[in-house]
Structures are given as C-alpha cells and as structure tokens.
Design a protein around this ligand. Structure first.
Ligand SMILES: Cc1cc2nc3c(=O)[nH]c(=O)nc-3n(C[C@H](O)[C@H](O)[C@H](O)COP(=O)(O)O)c2cc1C
Length: 331
C-alpha cells in the first residue's frame, strides 16, 4: 500500500510530499486513542534515567515544529524528537533544498533550520499534551554570530526544559554556516559548561532532571572524535546522538543529485555512522549512552548499531522511503 502512495508522493517535490504526508498522518493516526509505544521484547529499557518501551525513535528534523507529535507517536515509536528549534522563527534556505536519490535510498538536504521559533514550538507541544518520551532538539539562528551561539542555546534550553524528556544540542548540522565549528574543543568546552550550568538551574527550578544530549557529525576524523568524546565525558553530558548528515559524496558520486550542497542521509550514510558509533563506544566505554542515527533501514542494521555500543537508535530517511509500517518491522 505504501509503495503505491509513495509512487504518487514521489511525483511531487520532496518538500511538498513531506508536508502532505505529515498532514495526512496527523489526520489519520493523530486521533488514535493509543499513543503508547509498541513494547519490544527487552522492554522496559532504562537509558539516561528514562524508561523506554522500545529502542526506536524518530530523528530530529522530520517534525521541526512539534506539530505532529501524536501522529508520530501513534505509529509505535519508543520516543519522538522534535526540532531543531531556534530562538526566533526563521525561513531556512531558499527552495529547492531537499533532494531525493531513490536508487540509493538517500536524501540530500540543505533546509537550514526552517522553523517557527521556540515559543511557537512550545505552544504546539503543550497542545499535543503528549505523555510519552519527547526529545526537543535546539540550535542557533542563522544570523547569530558564532561568538554569541551559546546565548541562543542557553535561551532555548531554558524555554524547552520543562516540556522535554531530554534536550538534544545540535552542533552538527552542515547547513548553518559555522555551526559544526562548535564541535571544536575550544568552543565546545565553553558551550557545554554554560549548558550544564543552565541544566542544573532548570533541574532545581522545575524539580526534575532532564538529560542533555549532544548530536554530532559523522565527518569528524579519529583524533577529533577522541577529543570530542573526552570533552563530553569531562562535562558529564548525559548522552550523544551519532550522527547527523554527512558532507561526504563518495557513495553517491554516480548520481546527478550528488552535486547539490547539503547533508547526505539514508543508506549511503550507514557505514560512516556505524564507524562513528564504534569509535565513540570505544572512547566512552559505557560512560555515556549513545543514540545511533544514520542510514538505519532495518532491524539487522539496528542490531549492528546496538552491538557497536548504541543503546537507542533513530531513523529519518528510511521512514520516508518505507513509510509508517517501518516501525512494526523494526520491533
Ligand atoms: C530533510 C532533513 C531535515 C533534517 N533536519 C534536522 C534538524 O533540524 N536537526 C537535526 O538535528 N537533524 C536533522 N536532520 C538529520 C536527521 O535527524 C538524521 O540525523 C540524519 O538524517 C541521519 O539519519 P537518517 O539516515 O536515518 O536520515 C535532518 C535530516 C533530513 C533528511
């Protein structure tokens, strides 16, 4: 059935298809009375002090504004991550900015954090009144200079804290100029000390500890990754999401879309993300849980990520290619 719907959707531009699909999902599954995640055989799974019913989540960027939380939850995901949200609304990069490479089950995007801003996202989250596990992914506005980036993250963290099960700090999108530089130790040290300080203040104020998770790029070399892992451990970050999209093009070089600027996701990203998770698993040695993301398209690949050291996984592109039925096939 999804194959048929997909053949129609793929006649549209990727962004239009995306919008229509989410609206359709909200219409048909968002009203479902049952928003509880499908329990896996090993449930409940305790990660970062949170009890998960299964290890499969939807990655950030699909529901940037938190407008489809219940529709996604009704599909059975163990957790939902919304965002990336920035302090002020912004329109993102000019269209077209999302490209399909169907033969490689891949996407290239340069969306650039198009979103309604943190206040409107919170209003959506409150309206959803979702009782499951909700991650909120935060970022900086494109016109905020890198030296002031910390202010944007702290601002978003304070706002979203009472509404999030965990907060993901996105310093790895390739589509906001300079953002990935925040992964360099000098910036990261400063960013993480400010964010941990804010997290502690929020925990006290709201009488609840919400974990802080950092989302990293698959394009770091071995030395950078080692340094980054050491910095995450030093700051007692609660979790790490590996990975965001890649700037690499080697696995899709034969396709004309490969020349598009942006981050590559889907099947061609899997090996790179698996490699990142493996190295991270080695450096972190169980000290910080890993949430694997990048090209995971079936249960066997999910198991590979877990063997490499991940506790949870997230998907985005395989959901676009395989449709809502994918969740049941994973569990
Ligand atoms: C169209 C699109 C938009 C995305 N937007 C975001 C975003 O706003 N924030 C973020 O952290 N990741 C974003 N991502 C990255 C995904 O969350 C994920 O890390 C990446 O796509 C790799 O997973 P996948 O291969 O399963 O898609 C986006 C990905 C795509 C394809």
């Amino acid at each position: 059935m999804y194959k048929f719907i997909r053949s129609l959707l793929f006649l549209l531009s990727p962004e239009t298809a995306h919008r229509i699909s989410l609206a359709g999902l909200s219409r048909f599954s968002g009203r479902s009375a049952d928003l509880s995640p499908t329990p896996s055989e090993d449930a409940p799974i305790n990660v970062m002090g949170i009890s998960f019913q299964n290890r499969l989540g939807i990655a950030a960027g699909l529901d940037k504004n938190g407008a489809h939380i219940c529709a996604l939850a009704a599909l059975g995901f163990g957790f939902i991550e919304v965002g990336t949200v920035t302090p002020r609304p912004q329109s993102g990069n000019p269209k077209p900015r999302l490209f399909r490479i169907p033969k490689a089950a891949a996407l290239i995007n340069r969306m650039g954090f198009n979103n309604v801003g943190v206040a409107a996202l919170i209003a959506n989250v409150q309206r959803a009144n979702f009782q499951g596990i909700l991650g909120i992914n935060i970022g900086k506005n494109a016109d905020t200079p890198l030296e002031k980036a910390v202010d944007d993250y702290v601002f978003c963290l304070e706002k979203v804290y009472p509404h999030a099960s965990y907060i993901a700090v996105n310093i790895s999108s390739p589509n906001t100029p300079g953002l990935r530089e925040l992964q360099n130790v000098a910036y990261l040290d400063h960013l993480l000390s400010q964010l941990k300080k804010t997290q502690m203040e929020c925990a006290k104020k709201h009488q609840r500890y919400a974990p802080l998770v950092v989302k990293i790029s698959p394009d770091l070399d071995a030395q950078q990754l080692k340094q980054l892992a050491e910095t995450l451990l030093a700051h007692r970050v609660d979790g790490v999401i590996a990975t965001n999209t890649t700037l690499a093009r080697d696995p899709v070089r034969q396709f004309k879309q490969a020349k598009e600027t942006g981050g590559l996701s889907g099947k061609p990203l899997f090996e790179l993300s698996l490699n990142t998770v493996t190295q991270l698993g080695h450096h972190l040695a169980g000290g910080i849980p890993i949430i694997a993301c990048g090209g995971i398209s079936n249960k066997a690949e999910m198991a590979q990520m877990i063997s490499a050291g991940a506790s949870l996984v997230q998907i985005y592109t395989s959901f676009i290619y395989q449709g809502p039925g994918i969740v049941k096939r994973f569990l």
